[in-house]
Design a binder for this molecule. Structure first.
Ligand code: RBF
Length: 155
């Protein structure tokens, strides 16, 4: 945890006390997305965000993340959005279409609302690779997504 969080530093380090975050979480591959969610949530708290300023919205699958993100980013009070999902190729014959649609959709929300909307979505060949990136030997990509939005909020 400490390593990646340390990358948010410098004299411009932003005070997150009054910043509001939305976490949009896909329910598919819930075992993985819950771990990613917890990584993102804890990282925000450690970086100075307040519990009351973090809201969560669940969506059925990763394909629904862009719409969920749009609903959140469209609210004036929300400063940044973190999308959490996990698409596993082994289970998903239309893997490439889903991943492409989700990535494009999330990018569109960034640009439409001029707010950081992070892509905290694992796109892996199998569950083992997903677990490695959800608190395993390759870290927690949810945590990294939280660090990303904080960096983007930093002047
Ligand atoms: N959603 C995910 O977030 N991850 C997946 O691995 C995933 N695999 C799917 C596989 C199939 C065959 C289908 C039909 C859907 C899958 N979804 C997955 C759900 C998808 O993101 C979306 O919720 C549904 O297609 C409904 O729009």
């Amino acid at each position: 945890m400490a390593g990646i969080l340390k990358s948010v530093s410098g004299k411009n380090k932003i005070n997150l006390k009054n910043k509001k975050f939305a976490l949009v979480v896909a329910e598919w591959n819930e075992e993985i997305t819950e771990t990613l969610f917890n990584g993102a949530y804890q990282a925000l708290l450690e970086l100075g965000a307040k519990k009351d300023n973090i809201i969560r919205k669940n969506v059925p699958g990763s394909f629904e993340l862009p719409l969920g993100a749009q609903q959140m980013a469209g609210q004036k009070k929300i400063d940044a959005v973190i999308c959490i999902g996990c698409v596993i190729q082994g289970d998903t014959p239309h893997f490439d279409y889903i991943c492409q649609a989700v990535a494009n959709g999330i990018m569109n929300v960034n640009l439409k609302f001029n707010k950081p909307v992070a892509f905290g979505v694992l796109t892996t060949l199998n569950k083992k690779q997903a677990l490695e990136r959800a608190g395993g030997r390759l870290g927690n990509k949810g945590e990294e997504a939280a660090v990303t939005v904080v960096k983007m909020l930093t002047p």
